[in-house]
Design a protein. Sequence first.
Length: 399
Amino acid sequence: MAADREPAAEGPRRRIPPPAFLAEPALRAVLAALPEARMVGGAVRDALAGRSVADVDLATPMRPEQVMQALGKAGLKAVPTGLAHGTVTAVAGHRGFEVTTLRRDVETDGRHAVVAYTDSWREDAARRDFTINAMSMGRDGAVYDYFGGLEDLSAGLVRFVGEPSKRIAEDHLRILRFFRFHARYGRGWPDPAALAAIRGGVGGLAQLSVERIWSEFKRILAAPNPAEAFGLMQESGVLAAVLPEGAAPGRLGRLLEAGAPAEPLLRLAALLEGDAAALAERWRLASAEADRLIALRSGSVPADDADDATLRRALADTPADILEGRAWLAGRGAALRARLIAMPRPVFPLQGRHLRAAGVPPGPGLGALMRRLRQWWMDGGCVADAAACQAELARMLAG
């Protein structure tokens, strides 16, 4: 059904000043090729909230093959990125816009949904999770709001579309998504019906893959101030379900109050009570993420009044960003963090080839001598240059 033929019963049209992103030439080119399409999801929500809009997704009653034909006729590239889900990516001005055919749920199992195409915008909106995500916007800036999303966005209320327990049963990841959106858009006490349904649906989180859990959990951690969200997660039993290693929301709160950067792994290091290596393995973190989390949670950090030699020794063994993170976690002062970042990382100036050139044969003895020599360099505050280290090597060999 065309947007300009939308019957009043399908939902109110709200007239607002068109958001700035609607003037982008690339988007306008796609909309010109797909006259029945509307913007949906996060772009609409964030534009109405006065926030910056990054990716713009569109929906249309046209079938995917029709979308591809229309884009091609307009001279735009069409990439079949998700035909199984009714999604085509339109490329214009070196930008990609996902265009998805309107859908309705046929069957759900808590993790996946079987969908069918529809020409009803209301049916498509009804399958979305929260009212603030269920709005659509026409090319003229008119907002189609079937479930009170505008009012909820204005009130800072994250509310499920329809019956909360039913929506959670359709996809248990919506429990974590609730807390993510509450952390970013919520104000005041959350929707009681949503919290009651979440408490009743906590057990369903066990059906989710650890990859989906970590992906959503990381987004909660990245929110400007997720302290309240994690407090609610603890009260509702969600935190214990997804983080059985143990959690300390209070410690995370202190990190946030100190003004630490909004880095998810740093925040996770503060929140986590248990074994970082065990969590990294269970959640199948990428190797770089696992290494960083474990490094932040292990090892020492210099005291606030540490001298330069102590800082150089610490930096010789550990990168500055890890030491800075540990300093945040330990509640160290800003002056120490600034010194760690400003100080060049000392590098031991000798390598195995230098020892072999001095007559040390390859083997375990070379490694032991290298460690002894490096310890001498460390004990001296990591300031000895290559010549001084070679002189010490000669003394060790002579002795």
